[in-house]
Design a protein around this ligand. Structure first.
Ligand SMILES: Nc1ncnc2c1ncn2[C@@H]1O[C@H](COP(=O)(O)OP(=O)(O)O)[C@@H](O)[C@H]1O
Ligand SMILES: [Mg+2]
Length: 269
């Protein structure tokens, strides 16, 4: 069993020793062979890191992260462990995982949650992060998590759609990120309003952004949200909404992006 420090700061071996270990089938090296994660292992880590005082149960095993309902004293919280080993992904990557990469994902989601929270969005308040673990506010009552929007029947869908688009506009215009995986799965319904969650795949809309990519992903997110509202007879034009977003913010140096690209192509003729 490697110690905590070793687990989070594994030594990187030389290329030669890595190859040699590979031939021997050894588990030494900067990747660590993983078996199934257990609740008790997660609990041990979370308690030792001071992130939680207890772990109640596993809620979900996603592509990159496992979600647990945990306690901080008597308060339920969400504990998200960014690790790859539970899914077919783990098998694809030969049972290896890269702790460094998982930490980056955890840090990214944590920092972005802080920024979104500060900007006034309804997101789970971030609490702490150590290594590839992060904790955040538990949305729900008692130990019952709030339902995903897709499982809810809304009384006033028009208002809710407005709320979601308003929230997303804050994220785009003020935080300068697109979500990248927005849908009725990653919106929870709690205290009579929508809450946006799950943003490790978000993309920053800064001076170095690929605006073509931004517009594609933004449009995809909006189409996903709109598709949930179709059953209520609401249909908005996604392109119109994308245009509104773009009219609210585009990084200064990318404002004439289309013309610049066209000019560059003309110049090349
Ligand atoms: N803060 C939270 N409060 C309550 N439930 C949550 C919270 N965060 C996640 N969940 C539940 O866990 C599920 C998975 O979380 P999510 O962050 O979307 O990770 P992933 O989709 O990558 O597995 C969510 O759909 C939701 O049901
Ligand atoms: Mg999700």
């Amino acid at each position: 069993m490697p110690g905590v420090v070793e687990k989070l700061n594994p030594k990187k071996p030389s290329a030669l020793s890595f190859k040699r270990d590979g031939q021997r089938g050894s588990q030494r090296g900067w990747t660590v062979s993983i078996s199934e994660i257990t609740l008790s292992e997660v609990k041990e880590d979370a308690v030792r890191f001071g992130l939680a005082t207890d772990v109640a149960y596993q809620l979900n095993a996603g592509k990159e992260a496992s979600i647990f309902v945990a306690y901080h004293k008597e308060h339920p919280i969400i504990l998200k462990a960014f690790r790859l080993w539970q899914t077919s992904q783990a098998k694809k990557s030969k049972g290896f995982f890269a702790p460094g990469k998982m930490q980056v994902l955890a840090a990214k989601e944590f920092d972005l949650l802080i920024a979104c929270f500060k900007a006034g969005m309804h997101v789970p308040t971030p609490i702490g992060r150590v290594g590839y673990y992060l904790t955040q506010r538990f949305l729900g009552d008692g130990l019952e998590p709030a339902p995903q929007l897709r499982n809810v029947t809304l009384e006033d869908p028009e208002t809710v759609l407005d709320q979601i688009l308003d929230e997303y506009l804050i994220m785009y215009r003020d935080v300068h990120y697109i979500h990248g995986d927005l849908s009725a799965y990653n919106i929870l319904w709690w205290q009579n309003r929508p809450w946006i969650i799950d943003m490790p795949q978000a993309y920053q809309v800064g001076p170095w952004a690929d605006m073509k990519h931004v517009v594609n992903i933004l449009r995809r997110d909006i189409v996903n949200v709109l598709s949930y509202f179709k059953k209520y007879g609401l249909s908005l034009d996604p392109d119109h909404i994308v245009d509104i977003f773009l009219s609210e913010y585009v990084p200064d140096n990318l404002k004439n992006y289309d013309e610049d690209v066209a000019a560059a192509f003309d110049g090349g003729k």
